[in-house]
Write a protein that binds this ligand. Structure first.
Ligand SMILES: CC(C)(COP(=O)(O)OP(=O)(O)OC[C@H]1O[C@@H](n2cnc3c(N)ncnc32)[C@H](O)[C@@H]1OP(=O)(O)O)[C@@H](O)C(=O)NCCC(=O)NCCS
Length: 185
């Protein structure tokens, strides 16, 4: 269904993650991560509304991906981002990272950070397009596979230059993205 490089334009809805989506979220989580988050971890994250924002991407009624943001003072941490393997390369990760970026900016964050497996070159490529650069390595960060994490940062995300970058990324998306989350952009 979803492996070709130039897929048909999709209409994707971005909505706030709610409890009712968690079964679908966990289904994706269990497919893509060697140490998946549990239902109770997602529930506890959803409970921390002041410092967290979680989104799901939907195609029709199907949840096809999700992403999360944690804010501490003026820094944002991308806590997770994942797309159903059947829907990879449909710019769904890109749409989710746009949603997270706009949410972070709306919450007056000036820099975004994340960890990513050294071997995960696909995700690293996506992050680099969003202005993230690798600033260091956390040795053995992923204990279950004893794999190192790259620590990546995107700085000055609150500047016009970064807004222009996000605008260019959004313009490159084929199809429509409908943001139904509380925040508009
Ligand atoms: C990383 C992930 C979220 C990307 O989602 P996606 O919807 O497939 O990504 P997009 O279609 O928006 O691709 C965005 C960019 O990422 C890069 N990319 C994504 N998948 C790639 C792949 N398999 N190989 C190389 N680059 C890839 C490309 O630069 C791509 O841009 P392009 O299509 O213009 O070349 C998805 O692969 C995933 O869920 N992986 C498993 C979970 C994971 O690794 N999460 C990140 C943890 S830090």
């Amino acid at each position: 269904m979803a492996t070709e490089r130039q897929p048909e334009p999709l209409t994707v809805h971005i909505v706030a993650m709610r409890r009712r989506y968690l079964r679908s979220v966990l289904n994706i989580e269990n497919q893509v991560y060697p140490r998946p988050w549990t239902m109770s971890l997602f529930l506890s994250e959803l409970g921390l509304r002041g410092t967290r924002a979680y989104f799901v991407a939907k195609v029709g009624r199907d949840v096809v991906g999700y992403a999360g943001l944690m804010v501490s003072v003026d820094e944002g941490h991308v806590t997770t981002i994942a797309v159903d393997p059947a829907w990879h390369r449909h710019q769904i990760g890109t749409r989710l990272l746009l949603a997270v970026s706009h949410e972070a900016i709306a919450r007056e964050v000036s820099a975004l950070t994340l960890e990513v497996r050294v071997s995960n070159t696909a995700a690293q490529a996506m992050y680099r397009r969003f202005g993230f650069t690798s600033v260091g390595v956390r040795k053995g960060y992923y204990a279950e596979t004893n794999e190192d994490a790259l620590v990546m940062w995107a700085r000055e995300v609150d500047t016009p230059a970064h807004a222009a970058l996000l605008g260019r990324i959004a313009e490159g998306i084929r199809g429509e993205t409908i943001n139904e989350s509380a925040r508009r952009w």
